[in-house]
Design a protein around this ligand. Structure first.
Ligand SMILES: NC(=O)c1ccc[n+]([C@@H]2O[C@H](COP(=O)([O-])OP(=O)(O)OC[C@H]3O[C@@H](n4cnc5c(N)ncnc54)[C@H](O)[C@@H]3O)[C@@H](O)[C@H]2O)c1
Length: 252
């Protein structure tokens, strides 16, 4: 089968582990050249080493305007274009609303919602100039479709991402710039296992009709599709990948 993203100049933010690593894996397999930006440069270097010249690791914080402008400039210098921008970076702390400090609310919104805004703003002028761009954001079923207790900031940030995408979709449409949001259900990542504790993956699997959590590569496949020519007329929408989790009327 031919590579769907052959030669595409790609930025993946938050690709050093978990879902992001699965996204890098699939995009590279499909032929993309990837600049992997992450606050964990140590982990990002490890991923880049695995893929050789197809992946370059850079240290960047998605919540910082200067960092997003720097990686857009670096990608342009390295590739001469920016075809695909993929945001995966995100944080998901757990706290009841009455115990949630304002600073923590601000940090979640800053990484999960302001960050994608800063990344898009930094890449949009080049995408418009070249009359081509594919932006894929990582949302969640949490926020737009369902929620958990103690996830108010997270859910608000992921719901906000959908509004951001719909608006940018209209602004980018005439310039052949599409933007879409993947909405994973529960994904089996190392961080989820560490943060949610033992038994979580097995417990959550029971809530999924398919009987398992998503893998990072399942998410990578959804991103690759939305970034490919097969999706060139799809913009401003969301793609749920949850093994059927939100379909159940009764969870008993
Ligand atoms: N794991 C799940 O069940 C699940 C479900 C739905 C959506 N998501 C979303 O998928 C994304 C990834 O989740 P994960 O479980 O793989 O998380 P993870 O913590 O394993 O990976 C997140 C990556 O983003 C990086 N990162 C964090 N803050 C950053 C910042 N400020 N700037 C740049 N990089 C930063 C981290 O270093 C890490 O490499 C998040 O946006 C999350 O909200 C996860």
């Amino acid at each position: 089968m031919s590579e769907r993203l052959a030669g595409k100049a790609t930025i993946v933010i938050g690709g050093a582990r978990g879902i992001g690593e699965g996204v890098v894996d699939v995009l590279v397999r499909e032929g993309a050249s990837v600049m992997l930006a992450d606050i964990r440069k140590d982990l990002a270097d490890g991923v880049a080493d695995r893929f050789g010249s197809k992946v370059t690791a850079v240290e960047a914080d998605i919540s910082r305007q200067g960092d997003m402008e720097r990686i857009a400039a670096l990608a342009l210098e390295r590739f001469g274009r920016i075809d695909i921008l993929c945001q995966v970076a995100g944080i998901y702390p757990v706290k009841a609303i009455e115990d949630l400090p304002e600073e923590e609310w601000d940090r979640v919104l800053s990484v999960n919602l302001k960050g994608p805004f800063l990344a898009i703003r930094a890449c949009m002028p080049q995408m418009k100039r070249q009359k081509y761009g594919r932006i894929v954001l990582t949302g969640s079923i949490t926020g737009p479709l369902v929620s958990w207790p103690e996830h108010s900031a997270y859910a608000a940030s992921k719901a906000g991402l959908v509004g951001l995408a719909k608006t940018v979709a209209i602004e980018g449409a005439a310039h052949n710039v599409t933007i879409n949001v993947i909405e994973p259900g529960n994904v089996d990542t190392e961080n989820v296992r560490r943060e949610r504790g033992p038994g979580h993956v097995e417990f959550m699997s029971k809530a999924v009709p398919m009987g398992r959590l998503a893998t990072p590569n399942d998410c990578g496949e959804a991103v690759a599709f939305l970034a490919s020519d097969a999706a060139s007329y799809i913009t401003g929408t969301t793609l749920v990948l949850d093994g059927g989790q939100v379909l159940l009327e009764a969870k008993v």
